[in-house]
Design a binder for this molecule. Sequence first.
Ligand code: ZN
Length: 1035
Amino acid sequence: MDPFDSNSTERASLPRNMIENSMFEEEPDVVDLAKDSTAFPTFPALDPDEVVFEPRSSRLLVRGLGENDMDEDEEDCESSARLLGMSFMNRSSAHRSNSSPYTRQAPPRSCSRPSARTMVVCVLFLVIVASMTMVLYFLPGCTFTRKGCAKPNKTTPLETVYPLSTNGELFPWAQFRLPLSIHPLSYDLTLNPDLDHMTFTGRTVINMSVHHNTKRIVLHSANLNITKATFKRGDGEASDVTVLEYKPRQQIAVKFSEELKAGQYCVLTLEYSASLSHTYDGFYNSSYTDKEGNKRVLAATQFEPLSARKAFPCFDEPAFKATFLIKIKRKPDYMTLSNMPKAKSTPLPSGLVEDEFEKTSVNMSTYLVAFTVANFTPIRKNVSNTLVSVYSVPEKKEHTDYALETASKLLKFYNEFFEIDYPLKKLDLVAIPDFLAGAMENWGLITFRETSLLVGNQSSPLEKQVVASVIAHELAHQWFGNLVTMSWWNDLWLNEGFATYMQYMSLQAVLPQLDIGNLFLEVRFRALDKDALNSSHAVSTEVNTPEQVEEMFDSVSYEKGASILLMLNASLPGDQQFRKGIIQYLKQFSGFNTDTNDLWNSLTQVEVSTQHQNVSEMMSSWTSQKGFPLVTVSRKGDQVTLTQEHFLLTSDNATETSSLWHVPVTYVNDSCSLAPECRQVFALKNKTGTFKLPESVKWLKLNYRNTGFYIVHYENEGWASLIKALSSNVSVLTPEDRASLIHNIFALSRLGRVSFRQVLKLLNYMSNETETPPVTEALLQLNTIYRLLDKRQEHVLVARMKNYILDHFGSLMDKQTWEEEKSVSKQELRSALLEMACRLSEEKCTQQAKNLFKQYVDSNGTFRIPGDLQRVVFAVAAQSDQDWLTLLNMYKHATYDSEKRKMLQGLASTQDTRHIVWILKAGLNGGIIQTQELPLVISTVCNGFAGYLFAWDFIQENWDQLIEKFPVGSFAIQTIIKSATSQFSTQTRLDQVQGFFSRLKERGSQMRSVQEALETIRLNRRWMDKNLSTLQKWL
Ligand SMILES: [Zn+2]
């Protein structure tokens, strides 16, 4: 999935009361199963899944505390004893963190060779367990009530809680993850959507195999009204069964009195009805207005991560792969699409038509299933045995050419690069009118937001870059994610980090004119900024709740993931080794699920060089701990000393971590600094490392072209000599290296390692800078400070900051043209410069923008503003009341998506409070402004002074509505929180934000983005306290 272009992403909306951490806290509808011996009369069961239902309460709690679903032979007494001890100490979630219950990897410990002490503990433990079991099991007359046994067994130290199904019966499963005893093999789905009434009915036939003896089947289902259920064992007769449902976990179950035996096959058939979803996930309805002004309705799906269960009952976890045969009924004037090509269409007596798709030729995770019912128009092309089609609503057909051409080139590239052909016969790319994420990689049927897929022929290269990037990302997923899938969401980065890295790498090779390198560099800077916070998390991190699944779709999984892959590739000897490694990985695990170690092992195995590098050892230091290193370099004579420490921005400077990384440090010096051959490598594995360098070397620059994921501080005269070198000739370093110096020095100032005066000293060289990466990075950093000052109403400093920026960048701003520009890099440069100039109300800029807007309005649609300048022109226009209304009118009628989006950003940049209030409400209500655009509206509104005050109030007042539309933890919610709070820098604001979120409780207080927001405000406040006086003195 690509959530970033859209500022938001698609998430499941799950009940907010199912925070797994509170599993053992008071819940209204749970009862104590520990003493129930009637519900499951055949205890003790041998099925590993069943173990949790044994009345051996100590063991129940052990499982509940975290040991999800271990097989009997995996379980070891040592861990049980350890966990039992834990359970006596505390039943709160705080103690769950050490054992990852939901990563189904081999347990890290084993009882195979226990120590004598362990043996004693084990034996003691078993004796206790056995006695408790017997006491409980033979306890007479214990009836199961909410109050427990009439004569409660006071010696039982532990209790566990099991939920009640909707019908009042006990639900036979108490965990977030499904049991492993039953595996689905194939699904046969029939769907009958009724677009007139926004409902659908469905029939799902699931063929399953039994892996362990069990007496129940548990799977997912959400908001589906199950009307009939039958079950068939092996060759037996099908018979009706009762389906139990536990809504808070979106699970359903069937219980059996007679065990299903390992090795057996069985079939569960479920019939159900449901409403089409009104949010952006599950099987949802969407609409658009056609040329004639008629409202056209359609239905589409978005299942990642947890919403396939909203369209059909299924084992909705990525490791439960199966095949799918899908049939959809439709009216004759609609068309349907699904993952596979259509096999046949059958007219039905009802007047409907049933489309049947070929059975998937591959095993697939449920989150990749997709179908649409709509009136789309395609254009298509054959590319190495795959029929590639791009679909849009008929009105936008002429905007699909670029996507088809780009997808075709990229498909060819990936087929060759991975040495594995795309496995399906067709590949559809579909633009959906209502779509929250940027795009979704459903196998064979990639769905896109219209802005991520459609561009006109006359579009600027920068607009094409957006479309090409999203296509490159989603196509890479057809291998990384679809063919080889992460076992669980904790390793989401295996999907997203890889697709993000491949998107930049493939575009560099296939469409070099798009200058994608600048964007990737910026992405790496932003990933560092976020990962510097204490609220960040390890790339591969524990995921135990639906909200935590949502939160994995963040900058760490995508951007840091991509950054560390670049670092690895750049540090391997020879340019083919990385590629060979990933080919081996894809071939070895094709059709299966993996975890992070599988990838590193594949990459280690192909190591062919003499300097044997242990990729696993190196890379696990980057994926298993949060943050990244600060590498400090100091020189004494001919000796260079490197020291690493955790680059951690904390507001109190108190948190010391002992984290160490295996850093492939690269460096260049004044004798050779530009060409790749100049680059030298030093492996820094310990806290410090030294190497020799002739004393005659004047300066040293680490992290050549910023391919490494670390920040560098130059001690002694290090910074001074670099600044001196740049002042005499900017070209002594590559533009990426210059940009990385700028990024790093601002970060170090935030950390308190360099003074802001030193930052300004480096920026003095900027008057000679003309390249995009250093200029855009400097502007972004200065703008962040400018906005903080503005929001603090430091009028004098704001004015001085403005002068400072115009002094340093004014001549470059003046040099920018306002005509069409071919080079993407130059477009990026000029849009950054002009947006800054106009934001600072620089006269020449605003005048030009106004002229262009007038020309545009007067031409009645025949004159086009260059794509990269639209945002600045519309933002200037929106400052006048009359032009704002003109722009709004144009927005309502615009059909050209990327232009329309920039109009919206223009409208949201207004400083008129009435307009601000209107646009926020309009975004929330949907209609004129689609709700999918609300995160973008809020983030744009917050740039201005007036808007940012309103936005925070708006969010507080409408929180419940917001989390109805965008799930807690989702990328959309992350964006909204960040936009609204990241410019606060006072204690009062900190208290307000803290107070608001803590009152939310399960409606969002536990989100990582809340921690991030609080941390950011504290850091802003600290920075202000420390630097206001410096700014007064030096600006
Ligand atoms: Zn993705």
